[in-house]
Design a binder for this molecule. Structure first.
Ligand code: URA
Length: 283
């Protein structure tokens, strides 16, 4: 009964998080219970907790035509369209406050011929310095996740909703969440990236990426993750942001992200070995 299983896991996570907030660092759990909790749950569509409707599959910004309806570009046309877009984006001055705080615009990285596109939130300090998305600690974890599927960074495309690092006036480091108006102002860049690439599948990393991509957030990322959404006809898998994984070292959360990635692999008809299926399962 996958619904009951997910309901139990959600309740267990909630309980453990509240214990953690109260300073509890250890709980007694038998190895038998741990291995029963770790049963694989790689059904194609994640089941909703009992008694709750699953989050609706939303295809927002649907006033816009399907991404796949744009004329098909040849490989060379795609490459030159993305290169031209990149040149335009690098000179963008739409947000005065970000223009004055940024080191550079962080456009995107990977191949224009990718079947799979990852969309994150916004560049952080490392990305602002390097000019490439996801190169800091969260980025290194994302690279490991991509490699665990059998792909590599140069076989996918990685972009952010915001192309400039959100400013943090008065602070030397630290990040802040992009504002709604910044995401809307910057959205045309990622929109064009997606139209040119026409990926088969996208992964939205964290709630802010989902919100930026779909125009709003129907529910929290904890409920939404694992449930296919759509952006103008492109299937979108919402999952936790890698920086959440860094903050929350729970193997269960890692397993959830991995289950989301296995759904992506299945959708792309990628082979999944038994070893891959058992990643982050405690036996
Ligand atoms: N977090 C993001 O969302 N994007 C990056 O490029 C780096 C960290």
């Amino acid at each position: 009964m996958p619904g009951a299983y997910h309901q139990l896991l959600d309740a267990a996570i909630g309980h453990l998080e509240s214990l953690k907030q109260r300073g509890v660092r250890y709980v007694d759990v038998s190895p038998e219970l741990l291995s029963r909790l770790a049963k694989p749950t790689t059904q194609k569509t994640a089941a909703a907790p009992l008694g709750q409707a699953p989050p609706a599959v939303i295809s927002q910004r649907s006033d816009e035509p399907d991404v796949y309806h744009s004329p098909k570009l040849s490989a060379a046309e795609k490459e030159s369209a993305l290169a031209k877009l990149r040149d335009e984006a690098l000179a963008c001055v739409r947000c005065g406050h970000l223009v004055s705080s940024r080191t550079q615009v962080v456009f995107g990285v990977g191949t224009v011929h990718a079947d799979l596109v990852f969309v994150g939130e916004a560049p952080g300090q490392d990305e602002d310095k390097e000019g490439e998305p996801f190169v800091g600690a969260a980025g290194q974890l994302l690279t490991k996740i991509i490699q665990a599927t059998g792909l590599d960074r140069d076989k996918v495309y990685i972009a952010n909703i915001l192309k400039c690092r959100p400013d943090t006036p008065g602070k030397v480091y630290g990040n802040r969440k992009p504002r709604a108006e910044e995401m809307e102002t910057c959205f045309p860049w990622v929109k064009r990236q997606i139209e040119i690439i026409q990926p088969k599948v996208m992964v939205a990393l964290g709630g802010t990426a989902v919100e930026g991509l779909l125009g709003n957030m129907p529910t929290g990322i904890t409920r939404l993750r694992g449930n296919w959404q759509a952006y103008r006809g492109v299937p979108v898998m919402p999952t936790f942001h890698p920086s959440y994984l860094l903050r929350n070292q729970s193997w269960l959360i890692k397993r959830r992200v991995w289950e989301d990635m296995m759904q992506v692999m299945e959708r792309l008809n990628m082979p999944i070995s038994d070893k891959q299926r058992s990643h982050f399962l405690r036996r």
